[in-house]
Design a protein around this ligand. Structure first.
Ligand SMILES: NC(=O)c1ccc[n+]([C@@H]2O[C@H](COP(=O)([O-])OP(=O)(O)OC[C@H]3O[C@@H](n4cnc5c(N)ncnc54)[C@H](O)[C@@H]3O)[C@@H](O)[C@H]2O)c1
Length: 441
Protein backbone atom coordinates (compact mmCIF):
# COMPACT_ATOMS: atom_id res chain seq x y z
CA UNK A 1 0.00 0.00 0.00
CA UNK A 2 1.19 3.49 -0.80
CA UNK A 3 -0.40 6.64 0.57
CA UNK A 4 0.21 10.36 0.65
CA UNK A 5 -0.62 12.69 3.50
CA UNK A 6 -1.49 16.20 2.35
CA UNK A 7 -0.58 18.57 5.19
CA UNK A 8 2.35 17.67 7.45
CA UNK A 9 1.27 19.40 10.67
CA UNK A 10 0.46 17.95 14.09
CA UNK A 11 -1.98 15.42 12.59
CA UNK A 12 -0.44 14.77 9.17
CA UNK A 13 3.08 14.21 10.44
CA UNK A 14 2.02 11.91 13.28
CA UNK A 15 -0.53 9.96 11.19
CA UNK A 16 1.85 9.63 8.23
CA UNK A 17 4.69 8.45 10.46
CA UNK A 18 2.46 5.95 12.29
CA UNK A 19 1.10 4.53 9.02
CA UNK A 20 4.70 4.04 7.87
CA UNK A 21 5.36 2.25 11.17
CA UNK A 22 2.43 -0.03 10.21
CA UNK A 23 4.39 -0.94 7.07
CA UNK A 24 2.68 1.40 4.58
CA UNK A 25 4.76 3.49 2.13
CA UNK A 26 4.01 7.09 3.06
CA UNK A 27 4.82 10.41 1.42
CA UNK A 28 4.07 13.45 3.58
CA UNK A 29 3.37 16.54 1.50
CA UNK A 30 3.29 20.15 2.65
CA UNK A 31 3.35 23.40 0.76
CA UNK A 32 5.45 24.94 3.52
CA UNK A 33 8.89 24.36 1.97
CA UNK A 34 10.71 25.26 5.21
CA UNK A 35 8.86 22.53 7.07
CA UNK A 36 9.72 19.95 4.40
CA UNK A 37 13.37 21.09 4.29
CA UNK A 38 13.66 20.67 8.04
CA UNK A 39 12.11 17.21 7.89
CA UNK A 40 14.43 16.21 5.07
CA UNK A 41 17.33 17.39 7.25
CA UNK A 42 16.20 15.14 10.08
CA UNK A 43 14.58 17.93 12.16
CA UNK A 44 11.07 17.69 13.59
CA UNK A 45 9.20 21.00 13.17
CA UNK A 46 6.84 20.40 16.15
CA UNK A 47 7.34 19.14 19.68
CA UNK A 48 5.65 15.77 20.14
CA UNK A 49 7.20 13.20 22.50
CA UNK A 50 8.71 10.19 20.71
CA UNK A 51 8.10 11.52 17.21
CA UNK A 52 11.75 12.20 16.33
CA UNK A 53 12.81 8.58 16.84
CA UNK A 54 9.80 7.17 14.97
CA UNK A 55 10.36 9.51 11.99
CA UNK A 56 14.06 8.69 11.88
CA UNK A 57 13.59 4.91 11.92
CA UNK A 58 10.89 4.94 9.22
CA UNK A 59 12.87 7.31 6.99
CA UNK A 60 15.87 5.00 7.41
CA UNK A 61 13.68 2.01 6.49
CA UNK A 62 12.68 3.82 3.28
CA UNK A 63 8.96 3.86 4.09
CA UNK A 64 8.60 7.57 4.93
CA UNK A 65 9.51 10.59 2.84
CA UNK A 66 8.71 14.30 2.66
CA UNK A 67 8.07 16.52 -0.33
CA UNK A 68 6.44 19.72 -1.54
CA UNK A 69 5.53 17.98 -4.83
CA UNK A 70 1.90 16.98 -4.35
CA UNK A 71 1.40 15.74 -7.92
CA UNK A 72 4.13 13.15 -7.89
CA UNK A 73 3.11 11.84 -4.46
CA UNK A 74 -0.61 11.62 -5.32
CA UNK A 75 -0.07 9.98 -8.71
CA UNK A 76 1.67 7.07 -7.00
CA UNK A 77 -0.86 6.64 -4.15
CA UNK A 78 -3.66 4.14 -3.48
CA UNK A 79 -5.09 6.54 -0.88
CA UNK A 80 -4.59 10.25 -0.33
CA UNK A 81 -5.28 11.71 3.13
CA UNK A 82 -6.24 15.36 3.50
CA UNK A 83 -4.81 16.56 6.85
CA UNK A 84 -4.70 20.31 6.28
CA UNK A 85 -5.91 22.89 8.81
CA UNK A 86 -9.59 23.79 9.27
CA UNK A 87 -9.34 26.90 11.50
CA UNK A 88 -12.25 29.09 12.51
CA UNK A 89 -13.26 31.44 9.73
CA UNK A 90 -12.78 35.01 10.85
CA UNK A 91 -16.01 36.68 11.84
CA UNK A 92 -18.54 33.85 11.86
CA UNK A 93 -16.94 30.82 13.59
CA UNK A 94 -17.57 28.45 10.67
CA UNK A 95 -14.77 26.03 9.83
CA UNK A 96 -12.63 27.57 7.09
CA UNK A 97 -12.61 24.87 4.42
CA UNK A 98 -10.56 26.72 1.83
CA UNK A 99 -7.43 24.61 2.51
CA UNK A 100 -9.42 21.37 2.24
CA UNK A 101 -11.06 22.36 -1.05
CA UNK A 102 -7.79 23.69 -2.51
CA UNK A 103 -6.13 20.37 -1.62
CA UNK A 104 -9.06 18.45 -3.21
CA UNK A 105 -8.57 20.33 -6.50
CA UNK A 106 -4.84 19.67 -6.54
CA UNK A 107 -5.39 16.00 -5.73
CA UNK A 108 -7.99 15.67 -8.51
CA UNK A 109 -5.55 16.96 -11.12
CA UNK A 110 -2.83 14.53 -10.02
CA UNK A 111 -4.79 11.28 -9.44
CA UNK A 112 -4.05 8.23 -11.57
CA UNK A 113 -6.04 4.99 -11.35
CA UNK A 114 -8.54 4.18 -8.59
CA UNK A 115 -7.78 6.45 -5.60
CA UNK A 116 -9.39 6.74 -2.18
CA UNK A 117 -9.46 10.35 -1.01
CA UNK A 118 -9.69 10.47 2.79
CA UNK A 119 -10.61 13.52 4.86
CA UNK A 120 -8.64 13.24 8.09
CA UNK A 121 -9.03 16.95 8.85
CA UNK A 122 -11.97 17.75 11.13
CA UNK A 123 -14.63 18.89 8.66
CA UNK A 124 -18.31 19.81 9.00
CA UNK A 125 -21.05 17.50 7.78
CA UNK A 126 -21.33 17.73 4.02
CA UNK A 127 -17.65 18.46 3.35
CA UNK A 128 -16.90 14.96 2.05
CA UNK A 129 -19.70 15.24 -0.53
CA UNK A 130 -18.37 18.64 -1.59
CA UNK A 131 -14.84 17.22 -1.92
CA UNK A 132 -16.29 14.51 -4.20
CA UNK A 133 -18.14 17.14 -6.24
CA UNK A 134 -14.97 19.22 -6.65
CA UNK A 135 -12.94 16.21 -7.77
CA UNK A 136 -15.65 15.21 -10.27
CA UNK A 137 -15.83 18.77 -11.60
CA UNK A 138 -12.05 18.95 -11.96
CA UNK A 139 -11.64 15.43 -13.38
CA UNK A 140 -14.88 13.93 -14.77
CA UNK A 141 -12.88 10.82 -15.77
CA UNK A 142 -11.49 10.12 -12.30
CA UNK A 143 -12.02 6.76 -10.59
CA UNK A 144 -12.24 7.53 -6.86
CA UNK A 145 -14.18 7.39 -3.60
CA UNK A 146 -14.22 9.91 -0.76
CA UNK A 147 -13.96 8.58 2.80
CA UNK A 148 -14.23 10.37 6.13
CA UNK A 149 -11.69 9.12 8.70
CA UNK A 150 -11.56 11.67 11.52
CA UNK A 151 -8.54 11.75 13.80
CA UNK A 152 -8.89 11.55 17.59
CA UNK A 153 -5.22 11.80 18.64
CA UNK A 154 -4.27 14.23 21.40
CA UNK A 155 -1.17 16.37 21.17
CA UNK A 156 1.35 15.28 23.79
CA UNK A 157 0.35 11.60 23.51
CA UNK A 158 -0.30 11.56 19.78
CA UNK A 159 1.75 8.49 18.86
CA UNK A 160 0.22 6.27 21.54
CA UNK A 161 -3.25 7.60 20.61
CA UNK A 162 -2.73 6.77 16.93
CA UNK A 163 -1.14 3.36 17.56
CA UNK A 164 -3.63 2.27 20.24
CA UNK A 165 -6.82 4.25 19.62
CA UNK A 166 -10.09 3.64 21.44
CA UNK A 167 -11.66 3.29 18.00
CA UNK A 168 -11.20 4.07 14.31
CA UNK A 169 -14.13 5.64 12.48
CA UNK A 170 -14.45 5.15 8.72
CA UNK A 171 -17.25 6.84 6.82
CA UNK A 172 -18.04 5.52 3.35
CA UNK A 173 -20.65 3.34 1.69
CA UNK A 174 -18.23 2.11 -0.99
CA UNK A 175 -17.13 -1.51 -0.38
CA UNK A 176 -14.05 -0.88 -2.54
CA UNK A 177 -12.98 2.08 -0.38
CA UNK A 178 -13.81 0.15 2.80
CA UNK A 179 -11.42 -2.58 1.70
CA UNK A 180 -8.56 -0.11 1.11
CA UNK A 181 -9.15 1.42 4.57
CA UNK A 182 -9.30 -2.02 6.17
CA UNK A 183 -5.90 -2.84 4.64
CA UNK A 184 -4.39 0.43 5.87
CA UNK A 185 -5.62 -0.17 9.43
CA UNK A 186 -4.88 -3.91 9.35
CA UNK A 187 -2.40 -3.64 12.24
CA UNK A 188 -5.04 -2.07 14.48
CA UNK A 189 -7.62 -4.61 13.37
CA UNK A 190 -5.25 -7.36 14.48
CA UNK A 191 -5.05 -5.92 18.01
CA UNK A 192 -8.86 -5.83 18.09
CA UNK A 193 -9.31 -2.08 17.92
CA UNK A 194 -13.01 -1.34 17.33
CA UNK A 195 -13.35 -0.15 13.75
CA UNK A 196 -16.64 1.56 13.08
CA UNK A 197 -17.82 1.64 9.47
CA UNK A 198 -20.54 4.17 8.85
CA UNK A 199 -21.84 6.71 6.33
CA UNK A 200 -19.81 9.76 5.35
CA UNK A 201 -22.08 12.27 7.13
CA UNK A 202 -22.27 10.21 10.32
CA UNK A 203 -18.51 9.89 10.50
CA UNK A 204 -18.08 13.64 10.05
CA UNK A 205 -20.55 14.31 12.85
CA UNK A 206 -18.97 11.75 15.24
CA UNK A 207 -15.80 13.83 15.42
CA UNK A 208 -17.65 17.03 16.32
CA UNK A 209 -19.99 15.26 18.74
CA UNK A 210 -16.97 13.75 20.54
CA UNK A 211 -15.11 17.04 20.88
CA UNK A 212 -18.14 19.07 21.93
CA UNK A 213 -19.08 16.40 24.49
CA UNK A 214 -15.60 16.57 26.03
CA UNK A 215 -15.66 20.37 26.03
CA UNK A 216 -19.04 20.20 27.78
CA UNK A 217 -17.68 17.83 30.41
CA UNK A 218 -14.80 20.21 31.17
CA UNK A 219 -17.13 23.17 31.33
CA UNK A 220 -19.48 21.29 33.64
CA UNK A 221 -16.75 20.59 36.18
CA UNK A 222 -15.50 24.18 35.88
CA UNK A 223 -18.93 25.46 36.88
CA UNK A 224 -19.13 22.92 39.71
CA UNK A 225 -15.73 24.29 40.84
CA UNK A 226 -17.21 27.80 40.99
CA UNK A 227 -20.04 26.46 43.13
CA UNK A 228 -17.56 24.60 45.36
CA UNK A 229 -15.81 27.88 46.04
CA UNK A 230 -19.08 29.44 47.21
CA UNK A 231 -20.10 26.58 49.49
CA UNK A 232 -16.71 25.43 50.81
CA UNK A 233 -16.70 22.10 48.92
CA UNK A 234 -13.71 20.53 47.18
CA UNK A 235 -14.04 20.04 43.40
CA UNK A 236 -11.27 17.46 43.35
CA UNK A 237 -13.30 15.20 45.63
CA UNK A 238 -16.55 15.96 43.78
CA UNK A 239 -14.88 14.97 40.49
CA UNK A 240 -13.62 11.74 42.04
CA UNK A 241 -16.94 11.07 43.68
CA UNK A 242 -18.84 11.33 40.43
CA UNK A 243 -16.08 10.02 38.14
CA UNK A 244 -15.92 6.65 39.89
CA UNK A 245 -19.40 6.08 38.52
CA UNK A 246 -18.67 4.24 35.27
CA UNK A 247 -21.58 5.95 33.56
CA UNK A 248 -19.76 9.26 34.08
CA UNK A 249 -16.07 8.27 33.93
CA UNK A 250 -13.11 10.01 35.56
CA UNK A 251 -11.52 11.66 32.56
CA UNK A 252 -12.02 15.30 31.57
CA UNK A 253 -13.19 16.23 35.05
CA UNK A 254 -10.25 18.45 35.97
CA UNK A 255 -11.33 21.96 36.86
CA UNK A 256 -9.09 24.64 35.37
CA UNK A 257 -8.90 27.94 33.53
CA UNK A 258 -11.14 26.84 30.62
CA UNK A 259 -10.42 24.64 27.62
CA UNK A 260 -8.14 25.86 24.83
CA UNK A 261 -5.98 24.34 22.12
CA UNK A 262 -6.19 23.79 18.42
CA UNK A 263 -9.44 21.77 18.43
CA UNK A 264 -12.07 22.33 21.14
CA UNK A 265 -12.56 26.10 20.68
CA UNK A 266 -12.87 25.95 16.90
CA UNK A 267 -14.82 22.66 16.77
CA UNK A 268 -17.42 23.72 19.35
CA UNK A 269 -17.96 26.97 17.43
CA UNK A 270 -18.19 25.21 14.07
CA UNK A 271 -20.76 22.67 15.33
CA UNK A 272 -22.84 25.45 16.86
CA UNK A 273 -22.88 27.17 13.44
CA UNK A 274 -23.79 24.00 11.54
CA UNK A 275 -26.60 23.19 13.99
CA UNK A 276 -28.03 26.72 13.84
CA UNK A 277 -28.02 26.66 10.04
CA UNK A 278 -29.71 23.27 9.95
CA UNK A 279 -32.44 24.52 12.29
CA UNK A 280 -31.47 22.11 15.11
CA UNK A 281 -29.58 24.42 17.48
CA UNK A 282 -27.36 22.81 20.11
CA UNK A 283 -28.18 25.08 23.01
CA UNK A 284 -26.00 23.19 25.50
CA UNK A 285 -22.95 23.66 23.28
CA UNK A 286 -23.82 27.32 22.63
CA UNK A 287 -23.77 27.86 26.40
CA UNK A 288 -20.51 25.93 26.79
CA UNK A 289 -18.83 28.18 24.21
CA UNK A 290 -20.06 31.29 25.98
CA UNK A 291 -19.11 30.11 29.51
CA UNK A 292 -15.64 29.01 28.41
CA UNK A 293 -14.80 32.29 26.66
CA UNK A 294 -15.85 34.28 29.75
CA UNK A 295 -14.01 31.91 32.07
CA UNK A 296 -10.66 32.34 30.34
CA UNK A 297 -11.00 36.11 30.60
CA UNK A 298 -12.07 35.93 34.27
CA UNK A 299 -8.90 34.06 35.33
CA UNK A 300 -6.85 37.27 35.46
CA UNK A 301 -9.22 38.50 38.19
CA UNK A 302 -8.08 35.65 40.42
CA UNK A 303 -4.51 36.90 40.13
CA UNK A 304 -5.70 40.43 40.87
CA UNK A 305 -7.56 39.19 43.96
CA UNK A 306 -4.47 37.34 45.17
CA UNK A 307 -2.57 40.65 44.93
CA UNK A 308 -5.03 42.63 47.06
CA UNK A 309 -6.96 44.00 44.09
CA UNK A 310 -4.16 45.71 42.16
CA UNK A 311 -1.46 44.60 39.73
CA UNK A 312 -0.24 48.13 39.02
CA UNK A 313 3.56 48.07 39.16
CA UNK A 314 3.63 44.41 40.23
CA UNK A 315 5.51 41.53 38.65
CA UNK A 316 3.73 38.27 37.83
CA UNK A 317 5.65 35.06 37.19
CA UNK A 318 3.74 32.85 34.73
CA UNK A 319 4.67 29.16 34.57
CA UNK A 320 3.42 27.54 31.36
CA UNK A 321 2.02 29.14 28.21
CA UNK A 322 0.94 26.24 25.99
CA UNK A 323 -2.66 25.02 26.24
CA UNK A 324 -1.50 21.80 27.86
CA UNK A 325 1.80 20.08 28.72
CA UNK A 326 3.95 18.11 26.26
CA UNK A 327 3.18 20.24 23.25
CA UNK A 328 4.53 23.48 21.79
CA UNK A 329 1.06 24.34 20.44
CA UNK A 330 -0.13 27.80 21.49
CA UNK A 331 -3.35 27.86 19.44
CA UNK A 332 -6.21 29.26 21.56
CA UNK A 333 -4.24 28.67 24.75
CA UNK A 334 -5.86 30.23 27.85
CA UNK A 335 -2.56 32.12 28.30
CA UNK A 336 -3.48 34.22 25.25
CA UNK A 337 -6.43 35.63 27.24
CA UNK A 338 -4.90 35.66 30.69
CA UNK A 339 -1.44 37.15 30.04
CA UNK A 340 -2.66 40.22 28.07
CA UNK A 341 -5.25 40.86 30.82
CA UNK A 342 -2.45 40.85 33.41
CA UNK A 343 -0.40 43.28 31.31
CA UNK A 344 -3.50 45.44 30.81
CA UNK A 345 -3.94 45.58 34.58
CA UNK A 346 -0.46 47.08 34.93
CA UNK A 347 1.62 43.96 35.64
CA UNK A 348 5.06 43.12 34.32
CA UNK A 349 4.97 39.47 33.26
CA UNK A 350 7.97 37.12 33.47
CA UNK A 351 7.09 33.82 31.81
CA UNK A 352 8.62 30.43 31.22
CA UNK A 353 7.37 27.47 29.17
CA UNK A 354 9.51 24.40 28.40
CA UNK A 355 8.50 24.14 24.71
CA UNK A 356 6.08 26.94 23.81
CA UNK A 357 8.22 30.08 24.01
CA UNK A 358 9.33 30.24 20.36
CA UNK A 359 5.70 30.28 19.25
CA UNK A 360 4.59 32.48 22.16
CA UNK A 361 7.05 35.28 21.40
CA UNK A 362 5.07 36.31 18.32
CA UNK A 363 1.70 36.09 20.11
CA UNK A 364 2.65 37.62 23.47
CA UNK A 365 5.35 40.16 22.60
CA UNK A 366 5.03 42.40 25.70
CA UNK A 367 6.43 40.04 28.32
CA UNK A 368 9.84 38.83 29.47
CA UNK A 369 10.77 35.25 28.53
CA UNK A 370 12.85 33.50 31.18
CA UNK A 371 15.33 30.62 31.31
CA UNK A 372 13.39 28.46 33.76
CA UNK A 373 10.69 28.57 36.44
CA UNK A 374 13.04 29.99 39.08
CA UNK A 375 14.30 32.71 36.76
CA UNK A 376 10.63 33.66 36.11
CA UNK A 377 9.88 33.85 39.85
CA UNK A 378 12.89 36.07 40.65
CA UNK A 379 11.57 39.30 42.14
CA UNK A 380 7.90 38.50 41.34
CA UNK A 381 5.00 39.46 43.60
CA UNK A 382 2.98 36.37 42.66
CA UNK A 383 3.47 33.14 40.70
CA UNK A 384 0.70 31.84 38.44
CA UNK A 385 0.78 28.17 37.45
CA UNK A 386 -0.92 28.14 34.06
CA UNK A 387 0.11 24.83 32.41
CA UNK A 388 0.79 21.66 34.40
CA UNK A 389 4.15 20.68 32.90
CA UNK A 390 5.80 17.97 35.02
CA UNK A 391 8.70 20.23 35.92
CA UNK A 392 6.25 22.62 37.64
CA UNK A 393 4.78 19.82 39.75
CA UNK A 394 7.80 19.50 42.00
CA UNK A 395 9.05 23.04 42.47
CA UNK A 396 11.50 23.61 45.31
CA UNK A 397 9.14 25.72 47.39
CA UNK A 398 11.84 27.03 49.73
CA UNK A 399 13.87 28.22 46.77
CA UNK A 400 10.73 29.72 45.19
CA UNK A 401 9.91 31.57 48.41
CA UNK A 402 13.42 32.99 48.60
CA UNK A 403 13.18 34.29 45.01
CA UNK A 404 9.64 35.71 45.17
CA UNK A 405 9.00 39.14 46.71
CA UNK A 406 6.00 37.60 48.44
CA UNK A 407 5.05 33.92 48.77
CA UNK A 408 1.83 34.05 46.74
CA UNK A 409 0.75 31.35 44.27
CA UNK A 410 -2.31 31.19 42.01
CA UNK A 411 -2.51 27.58 40.85
CA UNK A 412 -4.96 27.41 37.94
CA UNK A 413 -4.34 23.65 37.44
CA UNK A 414 -4.71 22.43 41.03
CA UNK A 415 -1.23 20.92 40.94
CA UNK A 416 -0.45 21.54 44.60
CA UNK A 417 -2.34 20.60 47.77
CA UNK A 418 -3.78 23.60 49.61
CA UNK A 419 -2.79 22.36 53.10
CA UNK A 420 0.81 21.69 51.97
CA UNK A 421 1.11 25.13 50.43
CA UNK A 422 -0.19 26.83 53.56
CA UNK A 423 2.22 24.75 55.65
CA UNK A 424 5.03 25.88 53.33
CA UNK A 425 4.09 29.48 54.11
CA UNK A 426 2.34 30.38 50.84
CA UNK A 427 -0.77 32.43 50.27
CA UNK A 428 -2.35 29.96 47.89
CA UNK A 429 -5.37 30.06 45.61
CA UNK A 430 -6.51 27.21 43.38
CA UNK A 431 -9.68 26.26 41.51
CA UNK A 432 -12.71 25.02 43.43
CA UNK A 433 -10.85 23.92 46.56
CA UNK A 434 -10.88 25.62 49.95
CA UNK A 435 -7.52 26.82 51.30
CA UNK A 436 -7.13 26.23 55.04
CA UNK A 437 -6.78 29.34 57.20
CA UNK A 438 -3.16 29.39 58.47
CA UNK A 439 -4.29 31.01 61.74
CA UNK A 440 -6.29 27.85 62.50
CA UNK A 441 -3.04 25.87 62.57
N1 LIG B 1 -3.90 19.08 16.34
C1 LIG B 1 -4.67 18.13 16.87
O1 LIG B 1 -4.49 17.70 18.02
C2 LIG B 1 -5.79 17.53 16.06
C3 LIG B 1 -6.40 16.35 16.50
C4 LIG B 1 -7.42 15.80 15.74
C5 LIG B 1 -7.82 16.41 14.56
N2 LIG B 1 -7.22 17.57 14.16
C6 LIG B 1 -7.65 18.18 12.89
O2 LIG B 1 -6.68 17.87 11.89
C7 LIG B 1 -6.55 18.94 10.95
C8 LIG B 1 -5.11 19.40 10.88
O3 LIG B 1 -4.74 19.93 12.14
P1 LIG B 1 -3.22 20.22 12.52
O4 LIG B 1 -3.20 20.58 13.96
O5 LIG B 1 -2.36 19.10 12.04
O6 LIG B 1 -2.93 21.51 11.60
P2 LIG B 1 -1.52 22.18 11.24
O7 LIG B 1 -1.81 23.61 11.02
O8 LIG B 1 -0.49 21.77 12.25
O9 LIG B 1 -1.09 21.48 9.86
C9 LIG B 1 -1.72 21.71 8.64
C10 LIG B 1 -0.65 21.67 7.55
O10 LIG B 1 -1.27 21.63 6.28
C11 LIG B 1 -0.45 22.33 5.35
N3 LIG B 1 -1.25 22.62 4.14
C12 LIG B 1 -2.32 23.43 4.02
N4 LIG B 1 -2.79 23.38 2.76
C13 LIG B 1 -2.01 22.52 2.06
C14 LIG B 1 -1.99 22.02 0.72
N5 LIG B 1 -2.91 22.42 -0.18
N6 LIG B 1 -1.03 21.15 0.37
C15 LIG B 1 -0.11 20.75 1.27
N7 LIG B 1 -0.09 21.16 2.55
C16 LIG B 1 -1.02 22.03 2.93
C17 LIG B 1 0.00 23.53 6.16
O11 LIG B 1 1.16 24.13 5.61
C18 LIG B 1 0.27 22.90 7.53
O12 LIG B 1 1.61 22.46 7.65
C19 LIG B 1 -7.54 20.02 11.43
O13 LIG B 1 -8.74 19.85 10.76
C20 LIG B 1 -7.71 19.69 12.90
O14 LIG B 1 -8.95 20.12 13.41
C21 LIG B 1 -6.20 18.13 14.87
Amino acid sequence: MRISMIGTGYVGLVSGTCFSEFGVDVTCVDKDARKIDRLNNGEIPIFEPGLDALVASNVAAGRLSFTTDLSEAVAASDAVFIAVGTPSRRGDGHADLSYVYAAAREIARAMTGYTVVVTKSTVPVGTGREVARIIREERPDADFDVVSNPEFLREGSAIQDFMRPDRVVIGTSSPRAQEVMRQLYRVLYLIETPILFTELETSELIKYAANTFLATKITFINEIADLCEKVGANVHDVARGIGLDNRIGRKFLHAGPGYGGSCFPKDTLALVKTAQEEGAPLRIVETVVDINAKRKKAMATRVLDACDGSLEGKTVAVLGLTFKPNTDDMRDSPSLDIVPALVEAGATVRAFDPEGMDEARGLLPDITYCDDAYDAMTGADVVVLLTEWNEFRALNLERAKALLKAPVMVDLRNVYTPADMVAAGFRYTSIGRPTPDPSEG
